[in-house]
Design a protein around this ligand. Structure first.
Ligand SMILES: [Cu+2]
Length: 507
């Protein structure tokens, strides 16, 4: 048997070629330390000019490499793309610096996520066929790969778009993610550089039942049993004589956000506050006689908020964003009004209770941390937000309690423009520290210990994000809540229903 070296080499070459083509068919390609597995694309509809390529890339090396380009004979242009949330819509964006694959890492290019883009296609991609192309890596250089052409809808993640408006290219890329957070949850995610958003929100909160701790208490019982904070001082009765029966708090909030860098977004919020409290006044030695009611209102600018959002991370389906902002004591803390006194006289120009003032009077830190995630039409998120008083007392010798809130919500997008949500809010607020010498008298609201407490509130929300061109980028939102559980400090009005109505517009 004449068996020469040459034929052996041919044999090995043939074997290597067969192996390579076997591997090619099996969908594995190597470039240096990189292994590209199962490249695939979709058949394109007639006349389509774009297509997408998907695969997994594993870096078996010890240093990072970057997918920076490639080619496909049928395509005039080839780009590397990511999916990112821009204007509340999932959009694809070119990665100008390429896609990094870290040492030991596997990056998966899949629908709704990273992908390569074939643009200016000169011919369609046919299901069942395969197409050859190249990839270019910063370090490993160029490599030839073969894409398997799968069915037009292959790899689509959720059915919401079945037969919907996503018939065009990239169906299954999701197009729209699960939608925005409820309108009451602010500072959820950052803006792209140079992009800005304006918002207007109106908040109404009703408080109409007296509570003591976690139990209800009638105003008659309050007047006869709850100690007056100022008892013992001259002319002061032993128990409360002025009991609030209802309070309305309304806030108009104008807000703005602008993207500074890819990670940093500046934000500001200007609130206009209006408060109205109705009080029942009692008289008599032990407070058993209902004398009558009086109402006090205050209104004006509240505490302005300024600060920034920092994008900690964001990928196509989730984001983690921190807010670092400051509340500036622009809201009035010397608001006065009239009140019916146990003596029967109506006093005017009296400093009203702490709860009727328009601001905190202190500089406060308002941190927040928000994680949000989307699964197709579903979305959910959690947000911690706080108010931390940075000063131990304001100009009137007190500081309001710190506030800590935790929000959890889930949303479902029924159509590209309609989303509903449920939300649970847990809130704890400390009592007032110190005392304003101008706020005194046998009234519930004049006692610093009757502030703060813990509360759990449930909300239902709806977001409408019109897709028509003029309203594109606008979101109309409503969020309505009812307390599920409340344990107040001391004795005070408990929370009733609340609602937030708002509109935000991105530019
Ligand atoms: Cu793309």
């Amino acid at each position: 048997m004449q068996f020469c070296i040459r034929s052996l080499r041919h044999l090995m070459l043939a074997a290597a070629f067969m192996l390579a083509s076997a591997l090619a068919v099996a969908g594995e390609f190597k470039a240096g330390n990189l292994v590209i597995t199962d490249p695939w694309t979709r058949a394109t509809p007639k006349g389509a000019r774009v297509g997408g390529g998907f695969m997994s890339i594993t870096n078996r090396g010890t240093k990072a490499d970057r997918l920076i380009g490639g080619s496909l004979p049928q395509a005039g242009r080839f780009e590397v793309h990511e999916m990112a949330v821009v204007d509340d819509v999932m959009k694809m964006r070119e990665l100008k610096n390429g896609l990094e694959i870290g040492p030991g890492e596997t990056v998966v290019l899949k629908p709704g996520s990273y992908h390569v883009m074939f643009m200016a296609l000169t011919e369609g991609l046919i299901e069942g066929e395969s197409v050859d192309g190249t990839l270019r890596f910063a370090d490993a250089g160029a490599v030839r790969i073969t894409y398997a052409v799968k069915a037009m809808g292959a790899g689509r993640r959720h059915g919401m778009h079945k037969g919907g408006h996503m018939k065009g290219h990239m169906a299954g890329h999701g197009g729209h993610h699960g939608g925005p957070a409820p309108i009451s949850v602010m500072g959820v995610h950052s803006m792209a550089p140079g992009k800005f958003m304006l918002g207007y929100r109106f908040m109404h909160m009703n408080m109409d039942e007296m509570k003591q701790g976690s139990g209800d208490i009638s105003s008659d019982t309050v007047a006869t049993t709850v100690p007056n904070h100022f008892a013992g001082m001259s002319g002061q009765p032993a128990t409360i004589r002025v009991v609030p029966t209802e309070m309305e708090t309304q806030m108009h909030m104008v807000s703005g956000m602008v993207g500074i860098t890819d990670r940093i977004t500046a934000m500001a919020m200007l609130p206009f506050v209006r408060k109205k409290m109705t009080m029942l006044t009692y008289s008599g030695a032990t407070g058993t006689t209902r004398l009558g009611s009086s109402t006090a209102t205050t209104s004006g600018i509240g505490d302005v908020k300024v600060g920034g959002l920092v994008k900690i991370f964001q990928d196509p389906v989730s984001s983690l964003t921190a807010r670092l902002a400051l509340s500036i004591p622009t809201g009035g803390i010397e608001e006065t009004g009239s009140m019916l006194m146990p003596s029967g006289m109506t006093m005017t120009g009296r400093r009203l209770a702490y709860g009727m003032q328009l601001g905190s009077g202190t500089f406060d830190l308002i941190p927040a941390l928000t994680y949000m995630r989307h699964h197709g039409a579903f979305s959910w998120g959690v947000q911690y937000r706080g108010v931390v008083r940075l000063e131990s007392e304001n100009d009137e010798d007190y500081s309001l309690g710190d506030i800590h809130e935790l929000d959890g919500w889930a949303g479902y997008r029924w159509t590209p423009w309609l989303q509903t949500s449920v939300r649970l809010n847990g809130r704890t607020e400390g009592a007032i520290d110190g005392q304003d010498p101008n706020i005194m008298g046998p009234a519930i609201g004049a006692d610093p210990d009757n502030y703060g407490g813990d509360r759990l509130t449930g909300f239902l929300g709806v977001n409408i994000t019109p897709r028509t061109s003029v309203l594109k980028g606008t979101r109309f939102g409503l969020d309505v809540g009812m307390p599920l559980y409340e344990d107040v400090n001391g004795t005070r009005l408990g929370a009733g229903w609340s609602a937030m109505l708002g509109v935000t517009r991105r530019f």
